[in-house]
Design a protein around this ligand. Structure first.
Ligand SMILES: Cc1cc2nc3c(=O)[nH]c(=O)nc-3n(C[C@H](O)[C@H](O)[C@H](O)COP(=O)(O)O)c2cc1C
Length: 325
């Protein structure tokens, strides 16, 4: 599958953009396990044009993680255009526009999924951004605002007409936030619309290699995108890619190997930030890791992990866990 000139191969599996999650270290790790393209967390166009340094840092990408997309959000056309030009200077392979974030501080102000209530504005921004930069511009959005307004089939065509190079659809409405099950039927409908010619990337609740394959086979999407299932399990890309390529599950990865991956995640994060912030950043992933599922009386250990503030503390807990898995 290709997005303009970017060849993502057969059955591409992408790492979803996730705020506070898809930092350079995590992106590189997922890339190492087989993610075919990675996305930065979303970047505020308002903050970018005001040169807020914390925001500018989010544009830090490296050649090793290519192809990489930088994602921006905002509600004002001129600001989004200016931000897009700043992003282009950072030389990502793709600029992605977020029209899907459901949280109040974004959607409530009309940005992200809030734009699903103002389609003319959404299209104006998309057209203006696509015209303003030379790199491919893509969009990530949801099915619609709520159950009564699942407009994605028409919207996809309108967005395509604005000049975007690919469209990612998360199979939920804004009203659903992250609840209920992602509905892939409309994603399939968009893909099978004969008027659509740009790649369609499906997203939502892909948590197993089997489900990944089903999404390709049943809905015909050009690529799939994985978000939450990578928490504490960045090796999901390895499992999924192996299954897609061979039709077979890979031999189980040992618990020791997985724990070492998580140790590496801690080390990478500490190196990127500092010990305290690095641990704060990863411990949520650790607590969510499926590696620890099924350990009897894990609750207390999980709480301890969520409270750990130093590597020493965390690794002491890992040592205890090692005896149990
Ligand atoms: C913690 C978190 C942060 C997220 N941040 C972003 C973001 O910055 N940009 C975006 O487009 N989507 C964001 N999302 C949505 C995901 O990219 C994805 O669409 C959603 O989680 C559904 O996919 P999944 O079921 O594979 O997780 C975020 C989701 C989570 C859980």
């Amino acid at each position: 599958m290709k997005i303009k000139d970017i060849d993502l191969g057969k059955y591409p599996v992408l790492l979803a953009p996730m705020e506070d999650v898809t930092d350079p270290a995590f992106r590189l790790m997922c890339k190492g396990f087989g993610a075919d393209m990675v996305y930065t967390e979303f970047v505020s166009s308002d903050a970018l044009i005001r040169s807020v340094s914390k925001t500018e840092q989010k544009l830090n990408i490296s050649d090793e993680e290519r192809p990489v997309a930088i994602q921006i959000y905002g509600k004002d056309t001129d600001t989004m255009v200016e931000a897009a030009r700043i992003v282009e200077q950072a030389r990502p392979d793709i600029l992605d526009i977020n029209f899907g974030c459901p949280v109040k501080r974004v959607a409530g102000k009309g940005a992200g999924a809030g734009m699903l209530q103002n389609i003319p504005k959404m299209l104006e921004i998309t057209r203006a951004v696509a015209d303003a930069v030379k790199i491919p511009v893509t969009v990530k959005t949801r099915l619609g605002w709520d159950a009564g307004n699942k407009i994605i089939v028409d919207l996809a065509e309108q967005l395509q007409d604005c000049g975007i190079a690919a469209l990612t659809i998360h199979g939920r409405t804004r009203a659903q936030m992250y609840t209920g099950e992602a509905d892939w039927t409309l994603i399939g409908e968009v893909k099978n619309n004969p008027r659509m010619h740009i790649p369609v990337i499906g997203n939502g609740d892909v948590t197993t290699p089997q489900r990944a394959k089903e999404c390709f086979d049943r809905y015909g999407v050009d690529a799939i995108m994985i978000g939450r299932a990578s928490f504490g399990r960045p090796w999901i890309f390895k499992e999924v890619k192996h299954y897609l390529e061979t039709g077979e599950e890979m031999p189980p990865l040992s618990a020791e190997w997985k724990l070492n991956v998580l140790r590496r995640e801690v080390e990478d994060s500490v190196k990127l930030l500092d010990e305290r912030r690095g641990i704060l950043h990863v411990r949520r992933h650790l607590a969510a890791s499926p590696l620890f599922k099924g350990i009897p009386n894990f609750r207390d250990t999980r709480i301890a992990m969520l409270r750990a503030e130093t590597k020493e503390e965390l690794y002491r807990i890992f040592k205890e866990i090692e005896k149990l898995i």
